[in-house]
Design a protein around this ligand. Structure first.
Ligand code: F0G
Length: 463
């Protein structure tokens, strides 16, 4: 057992091996399970109330208090302040949206959107990457790497370009990475390898290469990243005057966010800082639904940490035998081997959670409604809204429940999908959307083509 104030610990209860925070690991060396960052709270300055964090707002010329991640550093106290790498991440907002609420079926005033696309690189990843970059700095890493469906790579690349502390290589699948995201990695000068395979392949390769070459790995198997992502929940609570909502709804890909959210709430409850834990809904795209299948068809559960590994192994063996690959227009969550599966199962247990899958049609329709009723988001993010609508229709979410949907990425990340949906251009629609099972665009806002003539323009305006 570690005597440090913070340490890494294997999540398996029969192992529980601990490691110093100075060690660079992505799995337990004894049993290969995931690692948590843990704290000896009895020897740390725990805030008496969450309201204490509001005082940081008065001190915003200090970059650590300005950061929406590090102003909560007392709740993730593993990094010396002098090592922290911050670029002002986490200036994100919680917006109430009655327009989207109506679409979901919620009572007025009860539906909220958490816009994580407002981060510096345009997605929630910056919450975790500031922590990974900080740890990379602490351990003196010279090179960092990740595999990505696009947002992780954009985030790692922006931290590397601004901090100038280490070089970066990003592995992306050669298939469906959205151009907004690819353009970021290129523009931030990251060495970019397009692997001839999909995300699941790219992650397997980057793990091998990092292990072999001692490159610092920044995917969400890195437990420090998830510590940063806990702060999304702190900001949601803060925006709701520290009153936990009834539901948090989040898209599920590699399942890092859901895992981090569960850990955040479990810790806050254990520290006596909240009394109620919101319910968690994790939403898979139907074309990338490993969690959904394992949870519902195979009854896989956390089971006090003794997860049925044979069930998981058997699932992946069959998946490979059937050559099933993930396939969804929500390219950010086009993932069939979610690395944080077990931590997500734990979060579902902590938060009395549910798992659902939604079709690409549902995702794009929800995305159009988010755009029409607010700032917009990329396709994967809209899985949260589509999932909330489904759970409302099932009666699992009540109309009076207070629901927070996490919008994980910015609208401009993937303009192709948006234009194909709205444009009314059949060819474009068929090419991009129909082959993924999207057959209609009920919320399309198609542009009107009009002659370059004043009279015709006035006629077209119809006013
Ligand atoms: N939403 C967006 C916009 C994402 O980019 C991702 C993950 C997710 C949701 C899923 O989050 O993995 O925590 O369940 N994108 C990763 C990437 C895989 O490489 O950018 P998760």
């Amino acid at each position: 057992m570690s005597t440090d104030l913070s340490f890494q610990r294997c999540i398996h209860p029969d192992c529980g091996k601990t490691y110093a925070v100075s060690e660079v690991l992505t799995a337990c060396t004894a049993c290969d399970n995931l690692l948590d960052i843990e704290y000896d709270w009895s020897r740390l300055p725990v805030p008496g109330s969450l309201r204490e964090f509001e005082a940081k707002w008065a001190n915003r010329r200090n970059p650590l208090d300005y950061s929406g991640v590090w102003r909560f550093r007392n709740l993730l106290p593993w990094a010396p302040e002098s090592s922290i790498v911050t670029i002002g991440e986490g200036q994100t907002i919680l917006q109430q949206s009655n327009a989207v609420g109506k679409y979901v079926g919620s009572n007025a005033g009860q539906l909220f959107l958490q816009y994580e696309g407002l981060n510096p690189s345009g997605s929630f990843k910056d919450n975790g990457m500031t922590a990974a970059a900080t740890h990379a700095r602490m351990v003196g890493a010279k090179m960092a790497a990740c595999a990505s469906t696009g947002n992780t790579s954009a985030s790692l690349a922006i931290y590397a370009s601004t901090a100038q502390l280490f070089r970066v290589v990003v592995f992306v699948g050669s298939g469906k990475i959205a151009y907004g995201k690819l353009s970021q990695a290129l523009d931030y000068d990251a060495k970019t390898l397009q692997i001839l395979g999909d995300f699941d392949d790219a992650l397997e390769r980057v793990r091998e290469v990092s292990g072999e070459r001692g490159i610092y790995l920044c995917n969400s198997v890195n437990p420090f990243r998830l510590e940063g992502q806990k702060t999304i929940m702190y900001r949601v609570l803060e925006a709701l005057a520290w009153e936990p909502p009834d539901w948090i709804v989040v898209p599920g890909g590699n399942l890092g966010n859901s895992s981090a959210f569960g850990k955040a709430f479990a810790e806050l409850k254990a520290l006596g800082l909240i009394t109620k834990i919101p319910r968690l809904a994790v939403i898979n795209a139907a074309g990338a639904n490993t969690l959904y299948r394992l949870y519902h068809q195979q009854g896989l559960r956390w089971n006090d940490g003794r997860t049925d590994d044979a069930k998981i192994d058997g699932f992946f063996t069959t998946m490979d035998a059937e050559k099933r690959r993930a396939s969804t227009l929500a390219s950010a969550i086009e993932i069939n081997r979610p690395v944080n599966l077990k931590k997500c199962l734990r979060a579902l247990e902590t938060c009395n959670g549910v798992v659902r899958e939604v079709s690409d049609q549902d995702i794009l329709d929800a995305k159009a409604q988010v755009g029409a009723g607010g700032f917009g988001c990329e396709p994967a993010s809209a899985a949260s809204v589509a999932g909330a609508k489904l759970l409302r229709a099932e009666g699992v979410i009540a109309p009076s429940d207070r629901v927070v949907c996490i919008l994980t990425g910015h609208q401009l990340k993937d303009p192709d999908a948006t234009v194909a949906y709205h444009s009314g251009n059949r060819e474009l629609f068929d090419e991009k959307l129909r082959k993924q099972g999207v057959t209609s665009a009920p919320y399309a806002n198609s542009p009107t083509v009009v002659e370059n003539n004043l009279q015709k323009i006035i006629e077209a305006l119809g006013v």
